[in-house]
Design a protein around this ligand. Structure first.
Ligand SMILES: *[C@@H]1O[C@H](CO)[C@@H](O)[C@H](O)[C@H]1NC(C)=O
Ligand SMILES: *[C@@H]1O[C@H](CO)[C@@H](O)[C@H](O)[C@H]1NC(C)=O
Length: 500
């Protein structure tokens, strides 16, 4: 697909007084928001999506807005700068640099798991890069993070057939004894099914076959809570159907919680493939008795120190106000974590690098923030919100990319379940790159999340969009107006970006 470098950078001023209003403008640029007021989006729309953009902006004009005509005009005057940035990234000297920097990172540090040395090495590497690009105040702010270790893992169906099962232990899972465990399987379709069969659970391995429930947010509850739920009825382990809308027999890992570490027996828990969960359900429905041998030598170590890596440009004129662009540097221990979320990290760093190179230095401090330990439970961003609570009111916006860097479509206003949730909760307007992420969950948390599935042209477009928008917001004469009335905490379930 070919994109013209010319964009219509226009402001979509959205002050969403409630969720209903947000839903009323839910097509196009913005398709979701919390009820939190004060989401401001600078929509950068490519020529191809102009029609869609205009449709949205017409709707938006009917919204009450804190953005004055004067401010609109000020933003519109940045069009030549936006064109300059787009030209540099899409056709000029910065073309394909994001992709190149990305494979340099992920080929060197393919596995950047919370608690592990490789993550820290990758953070050092990215801080060196930010220094090389000439960012100011490059630093790593310390955070305590979980340290879970995947040991040897295997599973085999012993009856009614012999079959190796592909599994991946879930983050924080305990292991089995060294020799593994062998038990009969009970397949359930959902939590209600499990509750109904609770008298049959004791001593068994519970297999969840919940299917894809229309969204990640709805489906992931089985991965997060499945072990605890089955443990209370005496299950010895759980195997969860991978959270994926499409499968080529690939298991998908992810985090899980033992609700209540004191009172729930911690049982081993892993994902199996969509296909194997379906197979076992069919066998059970045919009256077969299924037995599985499961061996998982996974374990948890004490919390350890990691870092949020931060570099910035600008801020000479207004040193006490900020804009952040961000992604998370940690990944699972599979593939290369190129999509999740080295792509988000790299567009954030390259956005500032290209601005610096073009000598576009904003009035406010524009920060690239590389959050640590997102996959283990948002540890980096939560800590940042606590450490910097006193200045969060001076963030004009936080941008986060953690839902893919495919072809951009515009913006998504962020709610409180996402990567930067703890900042947004404090009232910082949050923006994500809405992109053509239909295949995101095909690759998510699997061995297949590598640079091979990423596209250089699409990455450039994301970098350009990130650079234009963050620069303009950071350079305006005023901080983006925001409504500081209390959050209404509306959370949408159709939420592709929640992917712990
Ligand atoms: C664990 O169970 C005991 C007894 O039922 C209860 O008093 C205690 O509050 C529980 N602990 C937690 C953390 O819920
Ligand atoms: C926020 O920014 C304003 C204006 O730039 C400044 O006067 C104020 O001290 C800042 N507040 C904090 C907490 O940094």
């Amino acid at each position: 697909m070919h994109f013209k470098p010319i964009l219509s950078a226009a402001v979509v001023c959205l002050i969403l007084s409630d969720f209903t209003q947000a839903a009323g403008i839910s097509n196009g640029i913005v398709h979701k928001s919390s009820g939190r007021l004060a989401a401001e989006a600078i929509a950068v729309s490519y020529r191809e999506s102009q029609e869609r953009f205009l449709q949205s902006s017409k709707d938006v004009e009917n919204c009450p807005t804190l953005i004055t005509d004067e401010l609109r005009a000020e933003i519109a005057a940045y069009q030549p700068v936006a064109n300059q940035i787009m030209e540099a990234v899409v056709n000029g000297a910065w073309k394909s640099k994001t992709y190149d920097a990305l494979h340099d990172l992920v080929d060197k540090y393919p596995i950047r798991q919370s608690g592990h040395k490789n993550l820290e090495d990758s953070i050092d590497y990215m801080m060196e890069k930010m220094t090389e690009y000439g960012f100011d105040n490059v630093r790593g702010e310390q955070v305590l993070v979980p340290h879970w270790v995947r040991g040897e893992e295997s599973a085999e169906m012993l009856a009614p057939h012999q079959k190796k099962l592909r599994i991946l232990g879930l983050g924080t899972t305990v292991g089995t004894p060294q020799e593994g465990i062998t038990a009969e399987v009970l397949v359930v379709k959902n939590f209600a099914d499990l509750d109904a069969k609770k008298d049959q659970v004791r001593g068994k391995i519970v297999v969840y076959n919940q299917g894809w429930l229309g969204s990640y947010g709805a489906t992931v509850a089985y991965r997060s809570n499945g072990a605890s739920h089955a443990s209370q009825y005496g299950a010895v382990a759980t195997l969860i159907q991978s959270v994926a809308p499409f499968s080529l027999d690939t298991p998908h890992t992810g985090g899980q919680n033992y609700w209540d570490w004191e009172n729930v027996t911690h049982i081993p828990t892993a994902c199996i493939t969509v296909e194997d969960a379906d197979f076992m359900l069919r066998l059970q429905e045919k009256g077969e008795t299924i037995r599985v041998h499961l061996k998982m030598l996974d374990y948890n170590l004490p919390m350890t120190t990691s870092r949020n890596a931060i570099g910035e440009i600008g801020g000479v004129a207004i040193p006490t106000e900020y804009v952040a662009v961000s992604g998370h540097i940690d990944s699972w221990d599979l593939g290369q974590g190129a999509m999740d979320d080295a792509g988000g990290v790299m567009i954030s760093v390259m956005a500032l690098a290209v601005l610096k190179d073009l000598n576009l230095i904003p009035k406010r401090k524009l920060q690239a923030i590389l959050w640590t330990s997102e996959e283990a439970g948002l540890w980096g961003v939560d800590d940042f919100a606590k450490q910097h609570l006193d200045i969060l009111s001076n963030y004009s916006a936080v941008f986060e990319s953690d839902g893919g860097t495919f072809k951009p479509l515009g913006w998504t206003l962020q709610d409180q379940k996402l990567l930067a949730a703890s900042l947004i909760e404090e009232g910082v307007p949050g923006l994500s790159n809405n992109n053509e992420a239909d295949k995101y969950f095909w690759y998510h948390h699997t061995e297949a999340d590598t640079i091979t599935m990423m596209d250089s042209v699409e990455l450039d477009l994301n970098t350009a969009m990130w650079a234009v928008s963050s620069y303009v917001i950071a350079d305006l004469s005023v901080k983006l107006p925001r409504d500081d009335s209390p959050a209404k905490t509306v959370i949408t379930s159709n939420d592709i970006s929640q992917h712990l």
